[in-house]
Design a protein around this ligand. Structure first.
Ligand code: PMP
Length: 357
């Protein structure tokens, strides 16, 4: 068969890898996706089911194009003066970032990121034909304002990607670095706050009013435990968001998704009450790793980035052989592990220590 006529610029691009070890049996510790270990249950699950039933009863009708109720609820949740017209929801933050790059990126435009960082930023740039360029975070994985300013000056990017806390390193974003980028970037500044509910620093949504070029990306996949439902949202000025309606497909978010997301947002306080427990587990895991001699990056998120002191791909495969999934996204030697259920965390620590000895 002749070569398939895939776009030339996509031929060397690999799909995002969500199944690292397809041949392994049932995992016992799912610590590779930074998910919440808590499925919906009890009264919360019943509320979601009622909302889903009500939505299903109108399944013959298209969804509300405006998603007005969901945008209002997300605005209330975001706080910091965010209004409904400053919210753009979609099927996960990946999709809303795609809408953003389809609108503001594309051929002839450049996006800049600071690596290592969330690999989908580069992927979304690439699939929208946006030129991706990156600057290195340096050996401590921090991002100091001089490195950031020099990279912005050198590349003059149309879009700068920041991630706070940064995935995979867990490190917070220095406020001086954010300020310098907001001052000097010639185009949009995207701040990915997927893990912000776990962060001691918290959201920068309060900056939106004075920085019309700032776009904040949020998700219900992590702290809300809603990864399977697919709800993410951008926060930005209405002027920035309004053109996204050109690229988004009509009715992109289903009635069912919007209804259960609304029901979850109404229970936000109860749903987020588990976060202090995650942070306590994070501290316990960190101490155990440090005691065993591993370098561990300070984490402001629901995962830890640590140096295995050995070949990380061999270690990740060894862990997978014991049913423990973690993420090996480089740099060499380092692995990312989600703070999961305490039982999963114990299985991980035991397996790691056995494999290291
Ligand atoms: N941003 C970051 C930094 C992430 O780590 C993730 C998920 N791994 C996402 C965005 C995408 O999340 P979702 O599409 O589930 O909202």
């Amino acid at each position: 068969m002749p070569a398939l006529p895939v776009r030339d610029d996509l031929r060397a691009v690999r799909p995002y890898n969500t199944r690292p070890f397809p041949s392994m049996g049932d995992p016992v510790a799912l610590l590779n996706n930074n998910e919440s270990p808590r499925p919906p249950e009890g009264r919360h699950l019943e509320t979601l089911c009622s909302a889903a039933s009500r939505a299903l009863a109108t399944a013959n009708r298209y969804p509300d194009t405006d998603l007005a109720a969901l945008r209002s609820a997300l605005a209330r949740y975001a706080g910091h003066g965010v209004r409904a017209d400053m919210v753009w929801p979609g099927n996960g933050s990946n999709e809303v970032l795609l809408h953003l790059l389809q609108t503001y990126g594309g051929p002839g435009r450049t996006a800049l990121g600071f690596v290592p960082t969330y690999s989908m930023h580069e992927q979304i740039a690439t699939i929208t034909g946006t030129r991706w360029t990156s600057a290195d975070r340096g050996s401590d994985f921090g991002l100091n304002h001089e490195v950031a300013a020099a990279a912005v000056e050198q590349h003059r990017p149309d879009i700068v990607f920041l991630c706070a806390p940064n995935n995979p390193t867990g490190t917070p974003l220095d406020r001086a670095t954010l300020d310098v980028i907001l001052r000097t970037a010639p185009g949009l500044v995207v701040l990915d706050e997927a893990y912000v509910e776990f962060s001691a620093i918290g959201t920068q949504a309060g900056l939106l009013a004075e920085h019309p070029q700032l776009v904040i990306s949020r998700t219900m996949s992590k702290a809300f435990g809603f990864a399977g439902i697919r709800v993410g949202f951008l926060l930005a000025s209405p002027d920035v968001l309004s053109p996204l309606r050109i690229v988004a497909l009509p009715y992109h978010l289903s009635t069912l998704t919007a209804a259960v997301a609304l029901a979850a947002l109404e229970q936000a306080d109860e749903l987020l009450a588990h976060i202090p427990g995650v942070l306590a587990e994070r501290g316990r895991m960190r101490d155990a790793l440090v005691d065993a001699g591993h370098a561990v990056m300070p984490s402001d998120a629901n995962f830890l980035f640590f140096d295995t002191g050995t070949d990380s791909s061999t270690m990740a495969a060894g862990l997978a052989g014991r049913g423990v999934l973690v993420r090996d996204v480089g740099p060499a030697g380092w692995l990312r592990v989600t703070v999961g259920h305490p039982d999963e965390n114990n299985v991980f620590l035991k397996a790691l220590f056995e494999l290291s000895s």
